[in-house]
Design a binder for this molecule. Structure first.
Ligand code: PMP
Length: 408
């Protein structure tokens, strides 16, 4: 299936702007995606027509808003192929989702001295929440190493499973190299070793369909903003059995059926899933935007999105491989990667490279991309990163390559 790229780009108003007098080429999609007008209009329509607090009233607007919010859970459940919409908890972002999973597991599943296996390939948001459990709960972490190409050391993974960790926390796709982890092999190994598996899917869901049942992930997290939705809406999927058994992380309004105070003691009856984990006023506009984002992607179809992204990725890497002053980072095999291209340029810092590109209207990321342990393993303090989306064009890639060529 092919994609009408001009029509797609016309859906993204921001792509028409200029930066430093040049047309914007937005190649920083792993940091956040741009939003199609269908998402912008859905959020605008929500505030113009439906805005009210959910689950808090019998009036028409409250009912409409509640329906939209619950529909968004159903949409996200279908997007991940969860068994039930009640397995979808809305949070702010991947970071909050992973902190929620870590804290709920610490409160209801783990004991002091238990071990969590984390990985060097992960973003800080799937490392730090687990480290923090040590001080608060006495829970220990061990880190699986990375290979020199930035992929997970699978032998080390297997060896460390022998230590019988209770939880394995790992990414689906690296935000530095775009490497797709072989979760279909790793999750069964972790389960055989008796561990629950928490997956960071932030960089996976924008690029290919994810099926949490086929993966058999116990928890799966992603951020709406990286997949066309507004900032401030994220998803934690959890298996019903676990979410039912574990305690909530936040307490407050909208998560309780009843609260009785007898003799100064509070007795709580928590609401059914997912509301038990969603205390306080919800991000309904974000949820409405997420519904529109998922619908938009479904309208395009992965069969159209994937080949276009793959061809842009190959064009970028092949162009850069010809440049002697550019060092590409990440595995050579592009077939197990999404369109993330980390690199360094001889004699220039990553931020100098990004600044030179910005001068030409081209946006890329520089720094260590919240993945310092991986950069350390790669012997780098920082890198520049081009990250592609389906709305990018060959012309944008070529403009970027031309600037990089000129830096030699
Ligand atoms: N995990 C990965 C793999 C990411 O790329 C990111 C964002 N860079 C995050 C987690 C954190 O996402 P957020 O800031 O939306 O919580």
């Amino acid at each position: 299936m092919t994609m009408d790229i001009a029509a797609v780009r016309a859906d993204f108003p921001i792509l028409a702007r200029t930066v430093n007098g040049k047309p914007l080429a937005y190649l920083d999609n792993a940091a956040t995606s741009q939003k199609p007008r269908q998402v912008l209009e859905a959020v605008d329509r929500y505030y113009r027509q439906n805005n009210a607090n959910v689950h808090r009233g019998v009036h028409t607007l409250a009912s409409e808003s509640t329906v939209l919010y619950e529909e968004a859970h159903q949409k996200a459940a279908a997007f991940l192929n969860a068994r039930s919409w009640q397995e979808i908890i809305f949070v702010r972002n991947t970071t909050e989702a992973l902190n929620l999973a870590a804290t709920a597991l610490a409160l209801g599943h783990l004991k002091p001295g238990d071990e969590v296996l984390i990985t060097r390939v992960d973003h800080h948001s799937n490392i730090i929440p687990w480290f923090l459990l040590k001080e608060r709960f006495g829970i220990l972490t061990r880190m699986v190493d990375a290979l020199p190409d930035g992929t997970l050391d699978l032998e080390d993974f297997k060896a460390k499973l022998a230590g019988r960790p209770k939880v394995v926390a790992m990414t689906h796709v690296s935000n530095v190299t775009g490497w797709i982890s072989p979760l279909e092999r790793l999750i069964p190994l972790a389960h055989e070793a008796g561990a629950l598996v928490v997956v960071d899917g932030a960089q996976a869901v924008p690029h290919f369909p994810v099926d949490v049942q086929a993966l058999d992930a116990d928890f799966y997290a992603f951020s709406g903003h990286k997949v066309l939705a507004p900032m401030g809406i994220g998803v934690l999927y959890g298996k019903r059995e676990l979410l039912t058994r574990l305690p909530p992380f936040l307490g407050g309004g909208d998560m309780l059926e009843t609260v009785c105070v007898v003799g100064g003691v509070c007795s709580l009856c928590l609401k059914a899933l997912p509301w038990k984990y969603e205390a306080g006023t919800a991000n309904v506009d974000g949820a409405v935007g997420l519904t529109a984002a998922i619908d938009y992607l479904a309208g395009l179809g992965w069969d159209a999105v994937r080949p276009h992204e793959e061809s842009l990725f190959r064009r970028t890497v092949e162009g850069m491989r010809r440049m002697k002053h550019v060092r590409l980072i990440g595995p050579e095999d592009l077939s197990r990667r999404v369109g993330c291209v980390p690199f360094t340029v001889e004699g220039l810092s990553a931020s100098e490279v990004a600044t030179a590109l910005d001068g030409e209207g081209i946006a890329i990321r520089s720094g260590f991309h919240c993945a310092q342990p991986l950069h350390e393993r790669l012997g780098l303090s920082s890198s520049a990163r081009i990250s592609l989306a389906f709305y990018n064009t060959e012309a944008e890639v070529d403009r970027c390559l031309a600037v990089l060529e000129s830096l030699g």
